[in-house]
Design a protein around this ligand. Structure first.
Ligand code: 13P
Length: 343
């Protein structure tokens, strides 16, 4: 099966009423964890790389690792997605490299920190949609600004400063023609999202539901959606780590989102926590070990476990074999014929 477009995966998820986790990667072990989890749970998969990941692993390493994943797991519909493209040029280079989906995060200026104006966001996103759809590639846009900072990208803050305005969301989709829309509802990147279990005062599920009512056919994306589970925090702290008490996005809230139009759920921190806990455990319990495989194997296994659990909780499990892939060439024709026009 070739790498598929994210639009196809999300259209299928909408038909089936489930969500698809989009898991961040920087290296081979993380890609292997996701593919093994996808095989075990029979899930379609979205693997995403940020600008930071592309710089860390180099584009070509990443590209060929993704191609290898695709070849070794032919039964899994697999999307290679750019997370938080900061500019037209970043998205263009990802499309040229072979990513089948890109996020143009025009909610921030190209510095990846300063919130942009609505007009600036529309302008850059629309230009990316133009070049992406010409090549059959999917585009995710963002309206409203997330909190926190990830890999140097982000406005910081709690995530409540720039919650998405539902009216603007409608106008943004109309003016840009994006395939998927990331919204800001109080979540933020990283481990420190909430200081207690979040309620409606900090996690604005009511805004998400209002946006879905206005845009019932648009695929919504929840960023900053790690649940930061206590058991993963505890393993890290038990073996010498120093995480402060923190709360993530409860899985039940994500499931409520999925019932209200959320089709893509971004998860990075939970994988990072699982990996770090597993490595700390090996270092603490067997300090005489020095073969990287001794700690990377358990790390890979720990990440696989949390990813497989999320795939099951998001509902994508069991859906890998539901549909035949539509080639990127065919997607190109469908965009040109406007059968995939903005909804
Ligand atoms: P977390 O930090 O909650 O995993 O969010 C990741 C993310 O949204 C990547 O874009």
């Amino acid at each position: 099966m070739p790498l598929v477009s994210m639009r196809q995966l999300l259209d299928e998820a909408a038909k089936g009423g489930y969500g698809v986790g989009a898991f961040n990667v920087n290296n081979m072990e993380q890609i292997q964890s996701i593919m093994e989890a996808a095989r075990e749970t029979k899930s379609p998969a979205i693997i995403q790389a940020s600008r930071g990941a592309r710089a860390y692993s180099q584009d070509l390493f990443l590209y060929y690792l993704m191609r290898a994943a695709n070849e070794l797991y032919p039964e899994i519909p697999l999307v290679m997605h750019l997370d938080h493209g900061n500019s037209f040029e970043t998205c263009k280079s990802a499309i040229e490299l072979g990513f089948t989906s890109v996020m143009m995060d025009g909610s921030l200026l190209p510095d990846g920190k300063t919130p942009s104006t609505f007009e600036q966001n529309v302008d850059v996103t629309r230009r990316v949609v133009e070049i992406a759809h010409e090549k059959g590639v999917t585009v995710e846009g963002e309206i409203g600004v997330l909190g926190g900072i990830e890999d140097g990208h982000g406005a910081g803050g709690t995530g409540l400063e720039h919650v998405t305005d539902p009216d603007q969301a409608v106008e943004f989709v109309e003016k840009t023609g994006v395939d998927a829309l990331a919204i800001a509802i109080g979540t933020s990147h990283g481990a420190y999202k909430f200081t207690s279990k979040p309620d409606g005062s900090v996690l604005k599920m009511d805004i998400l539901i209002a946006i879905h009512k206005r845009l019932p056919n648009v695929h919504l994306v929840m960023h900053g959606s790690s649940s930061v589970p206590k058991d993963l925090q505890d393993i890290i702290n038990q073996y010498g780590g120093k995480l402060k008490p923190t709360w993530g996005v409860p899985v039940e809230e994500i499931q409520l989102g999925i019932r209200n139009g959320v089709r893509k759920i971004n998860v990075d921190t939970d994988s990072r926590l699982a990996i770090t806990g597993a490595i700390r455990k090996v270092f603490a319990e067997t300090p005489e070990k020095f073969d990287p495989r001794d700690y990377l194997k358990p790390a890979r296994e720990a990440m696989k476990k949390v990813v497989a659990l999320r795939m099951t909780q998001f509902g994508q499990a069991g859906h890998a074999g539901d549909y035949a892939p539509i080639s990127i060439e065919e997607m190109k024709k469908r965009y040109a014929a406007e059968t995939l026009a903005a909804k």
